[in-house]
Design a protein around this ligand. Structure first.
Ligand code: SF4
Ligand code: SF4
Length: 92
C-alpha cells in the first residue's frame, strides 16, 4: 500500500504566509471618497481591510488594505457602496 505523504512542508495561515504575490489585480482605495462604512472589512475573505486611523476631508475615517496578504479577489471593490476601490492590474 502506498504511504501517505505530507505535501505541506510548512503549514500556516495566511497571516503567517504572505499571499500577495499570487494576485493579478490589487485594490486601491480612494481615501477621499471612502465613507468609512467598513463593508470592505466585512466581506474581505482575508480580513485585511483596516481603518488607517486618519480622517479624510469629509471627516470619515478611511480604510485601506494590507497588500502583503491581499489575493486580489475584488470582493471589496464589488461591495463598496460608493465604489471608491479600484482594482488595478499588477505589473510583475
Ligand atoms: S481584493 Fe479581496 S483579498 Fe484583497 S482586500 Fe479586497 S476583498 Fe480582501
Ligand atoms: S467599503 Fe468602501 S466606503 Fe466602505 S470603508 Fe471600505 S473603502 Fe470605505
Amino acid at each position: 500500500m502506498a504511504k501517505k505523504q505530507d505535501l505541506s512542508a510548512e503549514p500556516g495561515g495566511t497571516m503567517k504566509n504572505k499571499t500577495g504575490s499570487w494576485r493579478t489585480y490589487y485594490p486601491v482605495v480612494d481615501h477621499e471618497k471612502c465613507i468609512g462604512c467598513g463593508t470592505c472589512d466585512k466581506v474581505c475573505p482575508e480580513g485585511i481591510c483596516y481603518k488607517v486611523g486618519k480622517k479624510n476631508k469629509a471627516g470619515h475615517e478611511y480604510y485601506d488594505n494590507d497588500l502583503d496578504y491581499c489575493k486580489g479577489c475584488g470582493l471589496c471593490a464589488e461591495e463598496c457602496p460608493v465604489k471608491c476601490i479600484e482594482m488595478k492590474f499588477e505589473e510583475k
